[in-house]
Design a protein around this ligand. Structure first.
Ligand code: C2E
Ligand code: MG
Ligand code: MG
Ligand code: MG
Length: 294
């Protein structure tokens, strides 16, 4: 019996090894195909920028929009950024793609401005773009090209990048700051919490990760964390945006804690430019909610 058990274990071990190699091979193939497709995505017009409003909670008025990239793949349909941005970063394609996102989103903002919508624009950037020639001068040129000012733009970087804490990163970010664009830390709270970088890096905004907002309804620990982040931001004079607000209850809790700026499905999902144009038109015809008196 022991022999039989041993035999079975060996068999299944062998099968497993076989299974893993096959899967790994398949993954490698898929990756290569995806990489080849991604190389042509821009020239084949398959990339799209969608936009999600950022709202002032009390008035429910839109303040800004975040540009969120999507890939409309001919066979695979709409691919979300998490599934191809890492690949774009590894291959360096993020340089070209990132420039295109900035151009496209700035052109779109200019159009909305001309239609009378007062909005700011938030664009996600990757650390890799530092070596791929995204710098303050280039951002300045794009802004000028569309008759926008640096104050119209916010750049979002994820917390992870700041952990590298290099002189190069610091100088890179300082360049944007000197130009006058806003800098936000994205997904705040999910990285390793070395808070000292908040003083060292020239950031002015924190975006609380949606993981914490999601747990606000049910989890007291999340409530305390969000409270702590909000009071820390206030004492460091940082602007706050809560991401992933999905329920009225979450919105109310954030307002009670004086967190005014919010983004989430409760207000609007990320939409293609034309659909967001309609949304903005409607929004501008709706009266703002009166300030609450309590
Ligand atoms: P992010 O910058 O933190 O963007 C917010 C994400 O949360 C978006 O996912 C958005 O669709 C989602 N979201 C917003 N409100 C809600 C909500 O109420 N509930 C839930 N469940 N989700 C919500 P998305 O569009 O899939 O983007 C994922 C990430 O991809 C972004 O996270 C950002 O890190 C990255 N990304 C997107 N566009 C770009 C880009 O142009 N360049 C770079 N480097 N990264 C990008
Ligand atoms: Mg973001
Ligand atoms: Mg985020
Ligand atoms: Mg993110």
């Amino acid at each position: 019996n022991a022999d039989l058990a041993m035999y079975k274990a060996k068999q299944s071990g062998r099968n497993q090894a076989h299974f893993f190699t096959a899967t790994m091979q398949e993954h490698a193939n898929q990756r290569m195909t995806l990489e080849q497709d991604l190389r042509h995505a821009l020239s084949r017009d398959q990339l799209e920028v969608h936009y999600q409003p950022i709202i002032a909670g009390h008035s429910r008025r839109v303040q800004g929009v975040e540009a969120l990239l999507r890939w409309r793949h001919p066979e695979r349909g709409l691919i979300p950024p998490d599934q191809f941005i890492p690949l774009a970063e590894e291959t360096g394609l993020i340089g070209e793609i990132g420039r295109w996102v900035l151009q496209t989103a700035c052109a779109q903002l200019a159009e909305w401005r001309n239609q009378g919508h007062a909005l700011y624009l938030s664009v996600n950037i990757s650390e890799r773009q530092r070596e791929l020639s995204l710098d303050a001068r280039q951002v300045e040129q794009v802004l000028q090209q569309h008759e926008l000012t640096p104050g119209d733009l916010m750049l979002e970087i994820t917390e992870g990048l700041l952990l590298q804490d290099s002189e190069e990163t610091l100088r890179w970010l300082q360049g944007f700051k000197t130009l006058g664009v806003s800098l936000a830390i994205d997904d705040f709270g999910t990285g390793y919490s070395s808070l000292s970088y908040l003083k060292r890096f020239p950031v002015d905004t924190l975006k609380i990760d949606r993981e914490f907002i999601n747990d606000l309804d049910s989890d007291r620990y999340a409530q305390s964390l969000v409270k702590a982040i909000i009071s820390m931001a206030a004492s460091l004079d940082l602007r706050l945006v809560a991401e992933g607000v999905e329920t009225e209850q979450q919105c109310q809790m954030l307002l009670d804690q004086q967190c005014e700026l919010m983004q989430g499905f409760l207000f609007c999902r990320p939409l293609p430019a034309e659909a967001l144009s309609d949304w903005l038109e409607q929004e501008s015809e709706t009266p703002a909610l009166p300030p609450v008196s309590d």
